[in-house]
Design a protein around this ligand. Structure first.
Ligand SMILES: C[S@@+](CC[C@H](N)C(=O)[O-])C[C@H]1O[C@@H](n2cnc3c(N)ncnc32)[C@H](O)[C@@H]1O
Length: 368
C-alpha cells in the first residue's frame, strides 16, 4: 500500500502495533532536494536540527511497531570542512536517549564506489544500516550464507588447526576448537568421513540433505547500488532490503499472540565440477583414523549448497489464524521496500511526500 503525504500526518492513520518492522532511508543531510518546500527534511541549518527532526519522526512511528518490532535506518554521513559530521553515530546516541534499543550497525559496502577527487582522504565506499528495537526482546531470524569452498573441502576431515595464543587463560574461546566442532558436524563432499567410533566411512558423491545451515552472515555486506531508469537518485538496492526484511519481518504472525511463524529450509549440495579419483581409497585406522585421508583425492570436485525455503511452521499453540508480516517505509521514494515486500510475501506500507515518486513507485510495483 502506497500513501501520499508527509509522514508526520500520514502516520496517524496507521493502527498501533500493526507493523512488524520499519525499513527506510531518510533524506540524508544536505545531499538532495526532493522538492518538498522550505522546511524539507535534510536542509536544516545544523546537522543537530536535522537529527532532532528525524528522531521526532521515528518516535512518531514507535507506536505503530509491534512490541517485538525493529527499525532499520540506511544512512550515510556528510563531510564538512574536510571532516565527517558523524551523523550515523549521533543518530545512534539520540535514538538511545529516546528509548530505542540500539542493536547493531551494519556496514553496507559498495564495490562500485562513487568516484572522487579527494587528495586528503580515502573515498567513502560504504553507508550504514542502523538497527534499533522497540523493546529489549525483538524478532530476528538469523541469516546464513553458504560455507566457503575452503571450508567445504575440509568436510569430514579432522581439523588439525592449533591455537596460537593462550585463549584459556584469557577466558576466551579457542577459534581452532570452534572450527573443529563445526567441521566435525559437516558431512564430506564425497570421500572419507571419520565416524564417532573412530572408524571411517565413504560418503559417495551423492547430494547430502543433512547439511548444516551454512555460516552466519557477518555485519559487512558488499552489495552494489542498483541503477534506476526513472529519475529517483537515492533508491537503495533490493538485495540490501531483502536481507534486512528476511531477518526482521516475519512471513506470518499469529493474529492472537503475534508469535511469528518459523522458516524451515531444506539444503543440499550440487556438483559444479565433478570429482576425479586420482588415488587409491583407503580407510583410516583406529590409532590414526585420518592417516590415509589424503590418498583419496576427490578434492578436485567442486560443489555449492542450494538452500530452499520449504515452509513456515507455527511457533505458538493458539490455533488462531495467521496473517502476513507487515513492513513500513516512512520515506518510500521509488518504492523499493514495497517491491521487496511483494517479492517476499510480506504486506507493506510505503509513505512518500513527493507525488512524482509515488507515481514512480506505483509503476515499479505494477511492473514487478
Ligand atoms: C532517500 S529517499 C528514499 C529512497 C527509497 N529508499 C528508494 O529506494 O527509492 C528519501 C525519500 O523521502 C521522501 N521524504 C522526504 N521528507 C518526507 C516526509 N516528511 N514525509 C514523507 N516522505 C518524505 C523524499 O521525497 C524521498 O523520496
Amino acid at each position: 500500500m502506497l500513501l501520499f503525504g508527509d509522514i508526520r500526518d500520514v502516520i496517524k492513520s496507521i493502527n498501533d502495533k500493526s507493523v512488524n518492522a520499519i525499513i527506510t532511508s531518510p533524506p540524508y543531510y544536505k545531499q538532495r532536494h526532493y522538492n518538498l518546500g522550505p522546511d524539507e527534511l535534510g536542509w536544516e541549518k545544523t546537522s543537530i536540527e536535522y537529527l532532532n527532526k528525524l528522531v521526532i519522526i521515528f518516535n512518531m512511528c514507535h507506536s505503530v511497531l509491534t512490541n517485538n518490532g525493529t527499525i532499520w535506518v540506511v544512512i550515510g554521513d556528510k563531510w564538512k570542512n574536510g571532516r565527517p559530521l558523524r551523523i550515523p553515530n549521533k543518530l545512534i546516541d539520540l535514538m538511545e536517549d529516546n528509548g530505542w534499543y540500539f542493536r547493531q550497525e551494519i556496514v553496507w559496502h559498495k564495490k562500485s564506489k562513487m568516484p572522487g577527487s579527494y587528495k586528503n582522504r580515502f573515498i567513502t565506499d560504504y553507508e550504514y544500516v542502523l538497527w534499533f528495537s522497540k523493546s529489549r526482546r525483538y524478532h530476528f531470524e538469523a541469516q546464513y550464507q553458504p560455507y566457503s569452498e575452503a571450508t567445504l573441502k575440509q568436510c569430514g576431515q579432522l581439523y588439525k588447526g592449533q591455537a596460537v595464543k593462550d585463549y584459556e587463560s584469557a577466558g576466551a574461546q579457542n577459534p581452532s576448537d570452534v572450527k573443529r566442532r563445526i567441521i566435525a558436524k559437516m558431512p564430506p563432499i564425497g570421500g572419507v568421513k571419520q565416524l564417532d567410533n573412530g572408524n571411517s566411512s565413504y560418503s559417495g558423491n551423492t547430494p547430502d540433505f543433512n547439511m548444516g545451515k551454512g555460516s552466519l552472515i557477518g555485519s559487512v555486506w558488499t552489495i552494489n547500488p542498483e541503477r534506476l531508469h526513472d529519475a529517483h537518485f537515492a533508491a537503495y538496492p533490493q538485495d540490501l532490503i531483502e536481507r534486512i526484511m528476511l531477518a526482521a519481518c516475519p512471513f506470518e504472525v499469529c493474529t492472537h499472540c503475534g508469535a511469528p511463524k518459523k522458516a524451515v529450509y531444506d539444503e543440499w549440495r550440487i556438483d559444479t565440477r565433478p570429482g576425479r579419483n586420482t588415488g587409491k581409497m583407503k580407510s583410516g585406522t583406529d590409532t590414526d583414523p585420518n592417516k590415509n585421508l589424503h590418498n583419496s583425492t576427490l578434492s578436485t570436485k567442486r560443489q555449492k549448497i542450494i538452500r530452499k525455503l520449504i515452509r513456515h511452521d507455527p511457533s505458538c499453540t493458539c490455533g488462531a489464524p495467521f496473517e502476513r508480516g507487515r513492513v513500513l517505509d516512512p520515506f518510500v521514494g521509488s518504492g523499493t521496500t514495497c517491491m521487496v515486500a511483494n517479492k517476499l510475501g510480506r504486506h507493506s506500507i510505503g509513505i512518500e511526500a513527493n507525488k512524482d515518486y509515488i507515481l514512480i513507485a506505483k509503476k515499479r510495483l505494477t511492473s514487478s
